[in-house]
Design a protein. Structure first.
Length: 245
């Protein structure tokens, strides 16, 4: 989606073009245009600059670092992208400003949490759970966890001592994802766990968690098994973690 902002010296309507419907049509008497855009998309604002004069974009009155071209691209749009945008055109002493664009961000609907408590028996093979992700045109970041020993803290008897976790795509191919075990969570997983509101694993536990990055829409299979050929209960959890976190 592209907005075109025109100079305030001659106020002309704002034109909107791109892959979505017009947000709000302006008139020649409007010094400010308002727009609401969905989180996660890529949007651009274009200011008329026929003289190729210097440009500096501002948000909420403060200069945006590196935003000195005719086109300001926001990718992806995040809640922090909301604000009042304006372009200063020209050199010191001969500057004028564009129309103002008041940008609000529509939050992207997301999955908060889904979980399933299952019993893993080695003789039965891996326990299988299905996951369908519809994220077009967005990318999603999923925190997937197999909770075994930590279930003891919640009064669950006979938790699986050493859970193992694997993810496969719709074609049965193993999907690589960042994973950690033994309570040694890397920085990304620790941050995702905190953002999702999930309970942390104790140091040294053999619970396992990982981050799956998805683009577009797809079907995934989550396979949970025992790492030591034992039997027990596992809590499988999936959280969608906002980007960025």
């Amino acid at each position: 989606m592209i907005w075109r902002l025109c100079s305030l010296l001659v106020l002309v309507p704002l034109t909107v073009r791109g892959d979505g419907p017009p947000v709000l049509a302006s008139t020649a008497s409007q010094p400010q245009v308002q727009a609401e855009v969905p989180e996660g998309r890529t949007w651009s604002i274009v200011v008329d600059n026929a003289d190729m004069a210097p440009v500096q974009w501002l948000r909420n009155g403060l200069p945006l670092a590196g935003a000195t071209s005719q086109v300001l691209t926001i990718s992806p749009v995040q809640p922090s992208s909301a604000g009042l945008y304006v372009a200063q055109i020209g050199s010191v002493g001969s500057q004028h400003q564009s129309q103002e664009l008041a940008l609000t961000v529509e939050p992207q609907p997301r999955l908060l949490n889904m979980s399933a408590r299952v019993n893993v028996r080695p003789g039965d093979g891996p326990t299988i759970l299905g996951l369908v992700v519809t994220s077009q045109p967005y990318s999603k970041r999923l925190l997937i966890r197999a909770v075994g020993p930590t279930l003891n803290l919640f009064g669950v008897l006979h938790p699986l001592p050493h859970p193992r976790l694997a993810v496969f795509d719709a074609y049965g191919r193993s999907v690589a994802f960042t994973a950690s075990a033994n309570g040694n969570e890397d920085i990304a997983i620790a941050a995702a766990t905190k953002k999702a509101g999930a309970f942390p694993f104790p140091d040294g536990s053999s619970d396992i968690s990982g981050i799956l990055y998805t683009t577009g829409s797809s079907t995934y299979t989550i396979a949970v098994s025992s790492g030591d050929n034992s039997e027990g209960t596992v809590l499988v959890e999936v959280y969608e973690v906002p980007i960025p976190y």
